[in-house]
Design a protein around this ligand. Structure first.
Ligand SMILES: [Mg+2]
Length: 354
């Protein structure tokens, strides 16, 4: 069986609708590597989305994928064995591993003729509303973005840790009453300051605070969690399954992303482990095309909070997949993860999308 497997990858640059500024970086594009895994005329699609600050590149992801011996797909349904061996090829390379995992899941779902939410036994109606991310901007720009987005989205996520945190929250509140989730990206360094800010945020319709302080500030984060009126969610502190246990007692929840945790298989295991540790779960994303977002959306019915707007921030999405409906990213009905290249889904947009 292995002789006929093919794994192809191609570099693609995602162009963002708005410049995306965090507490410690700013950019207008995100590099991604699009992957096709083909056997017997069936193609599974995968993606490695790689924000530059995480260290992987299109070149390192392509090199990693080239090291996968496709003979290990002798029985592609043995995902524990197959993905375990892919994981063992080298440390790191989380986004590259995710591309292979996503493509394999897509291929398997197509062979089974079912979307993954059905294979996992989930109700797509249980997918929570997704937040729409607003980067660090001048307050007037924030107000305009919030006003334009408030009809379509039922939650915002705003990046704080800059110099105008309260002004940006105020700008959203001038535009809309939409619930807000706050992501500080480790940007606060004093726990008393962090607590004061969180106590104020709790009066502004904020639902949760993500990674308020640096990952290494474990004692301060635990101190903050005991006093915070809002749930504190780990993002940078939790990459993979092995990290989930360390979040208990320090955070109230974890933000799981396919590009951090190597894909759908490990994400599902992380969700289950988090539940067992009484942690709440957010399913997040990087700036990604609808390929990786559609894969994550298949797991969305399992989580408390979705932050799956990555493809909605992209101006040149090369895939047609999970769509926004009543503020939620709803899993596709098509088999696998359900995303298909726009050149297949709609030939009219081929030239602009690829
Ligand atoms: Mg985050």
């Amino acid at each position: 069986m292995s002789a006929n497997w093919q794994l192809r990858s191609s570099a693609f640059t995602l162009e963002l609708r708005h410049r995306f500024t965090l507490a410690n970086s700013s950019r207008t594009t995100t590099p991604t590597l699009l992957v096709e895994l083909e056997y017997d005329g069936i193609v599974g699609y995968g993606e490695s989305a790689m924000p530059p600050y995480l260290g992987e590149t299109q070149a390192t992801a392509a090199e990693f994928l080239a090291r996968i011996d496709l003979a290990l797909l002798r029985d592609p349904f043995r995902t524990a064995e197959v993905l375990g061996r892919v994981n063992a090829i080298a440390a790191g390379n989380h986004a590259a591993k995710a591309a292979f995992d996503i493509a394999l899941h897509d291929w398997l779902g197509k062979v089974l003729g079912q979307p993954w939410y059905r294979i996992h036994g989930l109700d797509p109606e249980q997918a929570p509303v997704t937040s729409y991310t607003i980067g660090i901007h001048a307050p007037e720009t924030v107000r305009q973005i919030a006003a334009a987005a408030s009809g379509q989205y039922r939650a915002f996520k705003i990046k704080l840790g800059g110099r105008q945190d309260r002004e940006m929250i105020g700008a959203i509140r001038d535009a809309a009453a939409t619930p807000i989730r706050v992501d500080v990206n480790q940007g606060w360094h004093d726990r008393d300051h962090a607590l004061r800010e969180i106590e104020w945020l709790a009066t502004q319709g904020v639902e949760l605070v993500e990674q308020p302080m640096p990952v290494a500030s474990v004692d301060d984060l635990a101190w903050l969690r005991e006093r915070s009126p809002l749930p504190i969610v780990a993002d940078e502190a939790v990459q993979r399954l092995v990290d989930v246990r360390s979040a208990a007692g320090v955070y109230d929840g974890v933000n799981i992303k396919l590009m951090k945790c190597t894909g759908m298989r490990e994400a599902r295991a992380m969700i289950e482990r988090a539940r067992a540790l009484d942690l709440r779960v957010m399913l997040g994303c990087m700036t990604e095309s609808s390929c990786a977002i559609s894969a994550a959306a298949q797991l969305a019915p399992l989580v408390d909070w979705a932050d799956l707007d990555g493809a909605l921030l992209v101006a040149n999405d090369p895939f047609d997949g999970a769509m926004l409906s009543d503020g939620r990213i709803v899993p596709c009905e098509r088999p696998g993860h359900g995303a298909v290249p726009r050149s297949i889904a709609d030939p009219r947009v081929e030239s602009s999308a690829r």
